[in-house]
Design a protein around this ligand. Sequence first.
Ligand code: ADP
Ligand code: MG
Length: 425
Amino acid sequence: MPRRRDAVVRRTKPPETKVRQSEANLGRQNQNQPGKPDRPVDAQRPKYIRWGMIDLTPEIADSLADMGYSEPSEIQRLAIPPLLAGRDVVGQAVTGSGKTSAFGIPMAETVNPNSRNVEGLVLVPTRELAQQVAKEISAVGKKLGVKVAAVYGGEPINRQIDQLERGVPIVVGTPGRIKDHMSRRTLDLGNVRFAVLDEADEMLDIGFADDMEFILRRTPSNRQTALFSATIPGFILKLIRRYLDDPVWVKLIQEFDGIKTAAEVQQVYYDVAERDKVRAVEEILDEIHENAQTLIFRRMQVGVDRLARDLDRAGYAVKGIHGGMSQRDRDRVMRAFREGTLRVLIATNVAARGLDISTITHVINYDMPDNVEEYVHRVGRTARMGKEGTAISFVGEHDQEIIEKVVGKVGNDVLQRKLLNIYAR
Ligand code: ADP
Ligand code: MG
């Protein structure tokens, strides 16, 4: 594909956003060359197809149509053009706004689909997110034949090695496993042109900072870099300064100390004593309609197991997911939840970030999160892409401080206090 950019151009020239326009014009001039005989219809196919106001390769536009993406979401509308022009981008938008394709589309456009070298790299904090993001980018690149490998821990490494040895242009993975492959020399990042840090703050939070830096430092420094997250706390700024080059900031969040939840989430909290929480969650599960899909957050793995057991005994069809389970079990549970055969999932924060299951109608903070950002991410698992959702928080004996912080940030008009029936008598 002649129009694919040479990543090296970027640093030797001042940043400019005209690359594609001028390429497109060139294409058009050629087509209109005087004296040329009329060409068959096929040859006149546009070099680009408009998607919203964005020019895309026809195959990619085709794939997007198949995915039902009739137009770009706002973050896509704002982030894709600078990314296609070769700029670094920091993208900040509420959860569920379509950030994956905001980098996935330009990545599929950028890499050479036939390359056996890794040209696009996406780092994500969790295994489930690696699977999800890889799937989305493969869908975007499907008609163009762009292959994507997901690389994460917990899965037999040999299968991943085979896949990497066959050669893929795009790799999506968790920092730990990517580093592992690098040290086994089954993954060479020396040809990366475009690197993305998705949910970078979470990757730092869960201790991937060193791995991330290790990885980025082994990619060419003239690569293009993008960082996407719903929240950008102060310590991310250092990372941005170090690894992004004069980035374009796309910020779709009305600054509220950097915190904003999707407007469509109805948010309530209940005061619940620790010992009454099982009854409280039963009351809530009994009240919500049977087609609801509910994600319940607990702090600890043992808490997930315990609540799953208690609710199971009480006759609810529930499953738990956490980092202590085998990847096979995690996959099985996630599949059932995605397919909708499982309506209630209990999870640790392993499920707080990035997971996109558009059918989730309710999020329950059975245990409160540790901080406001975590609250925003958990709540962001519902009300995806403009759908409605409800977030319910249980405020226990020790949660006064955190609930005050959350109310202070999101506002008491948004987060309303209610009373459970178990306390009404
Ligand atoms: P984020 O990373 O911002 O939390 P995701 O990338 O996970 O959001 O996307 C959220 C949902 O929106 C997904 O189900 C995705 O398939 C859908 N989506 C993304 N872009 C579009 C689009 N342009 N049109 C329709 N649906 C979209
Ligand atoms: Mg995401």
